[in-house]
Design a binder for this molecule. Sequence first.
Ligand code: GAP
Length: 500
Amino acid sequence: MKSDELFALLRRRGVLWPSAEIYGGAQGLYDYGPLGAALKRRVEEAWAAWFVGLSHDYYLIQPAEILPEAVVRASGHLENFTDPEITCENCHTAFRAETILEKVRPEGVDGLLPTQIAEIVNSHHLKCPNCGSPALSVPRAFNLMFALDFGVSGKERAYLAPETAQGSYLSFARMWDVGRRALPLGVAVIGKAYRNEIAPRQVLFRMRSFTQAELQIFFDPAHFLVPFERARDEKLPVLRVPRREAGQESPEWVGAAELVASGLPEFYVYHLVHVFRFFRDVLRYPAERIRLFEKSDQERAFYNRIQFDVEVHLESLNGFKELGAVHYRGDYDLGRHSEGSGRDLSVTPTGGSKLLPHVLELTFGVDRNVWGLADTHLAKDGERTVWRLPPYLAPVPVGVFPLIAKEQAPYALALADTLAAAGVRTQYDDAGTIGKRYARMDEAGTPYCLTVDGPTVADGPEHDTVTLRDRDSKAQERVRAADLVARLRPALEPPRPARS
Ligand code: GAP
């Protein structure tokens, strides 16, 4: 589906809509309705089950979302968290420089100085994409953070967190004491990040307030042992820098062991494999649509030593889009915060020697993946529209219908309550024909529908049976009501990796 059509469908179904819509909307801000909020929660639960589930020493915390100025000065965000911006002096539209240069430099502007960007603009006589005027401003580095007056004096400055990662770094010393005082130590956060994006666009892709799920793994670079045998046989769709420089855009399938032989650290490849499996096996993006895009020295974020972005090809946005990444940040973060705070963040693990831990960051954009899951799994199937979400991601996993409301409503309502009490989320619906109710649930991604009919009630409490209808095959079978929880619950649990 095209982006506009998909957004219209999601809006109509109450998945999401522009924030402050009655005031004309606010660029880059979106509200989630009941289905969207529930889907987002399921994605977050699946992410936590998978990534926090990787080790007994990985924990989920919830830090504050406002950072004092000293923090963003030390982290480098005050100085470096910028995007080059160009404004049209005729129509006054602000653009990311990348947009102005799109046609002449499709690889983007990462690593270019404003002066180099200006040279490209001038040499190609580039014009405003909005009004066609050649009067474009000199590019400037625009800081993407939202600044706040903090407290009543107006003298203190603070910033809305531009990434959740900073909360993990600020909590590291505390977590060291709370945990087993051993490395690796994982500190995960699922929370809001705020960026004053120059040109918010593509709905959930460039938002000004969005949700990230990030795991920071603190480790000793000399001793980060991982059970690599669990990853060795996986092949990954990588697009490495030399292949890109040779003009290729498609990935090649390379074995995990081969990637290590090429010089990538084992711990890095092990986690890249788990990230790939999360996208393929948990979110169920088709493997052939996934690409692990290696960033070059010039393109990497300022804190990274190794960076592969996880990209998925999305039809609605006409190409590969970054939905997550694996960042090897070295000792940059704890080093900068040790300096900035005056508190030495080095640690001495039991039986080891003192060191400043390095950081491996697994980052994931929750909103972008909500869009990705709609793009990939929501499709027309003849007359019907079906959202083929994995059952454990479905906002509402089970629909419960009385065939004839007047007769079976009390039973169906009681069944819905019994399932809810057992932890199975349900939606009761008695409006319209059964076909219409199935259609509504198909569009909402509900994998199972239960219909209570005449025979159900006649069977008597011991023998009650209901019709269970499967969204994808449309197959129907009679199932004992008493068996439903045991039957449905396993499919509603997100997959977990083997823990180390
Ligand atoms: N802590 C590292 C970090 O923040 P990033 O590449 O800037 O790295 C991580 O962001 C992820 O957050 C991205 O892969 C993307 O999924 C998501 N993301 C970044 N900017 C976003 C925006 N403006 N709107 C929605 N999602 C965004």
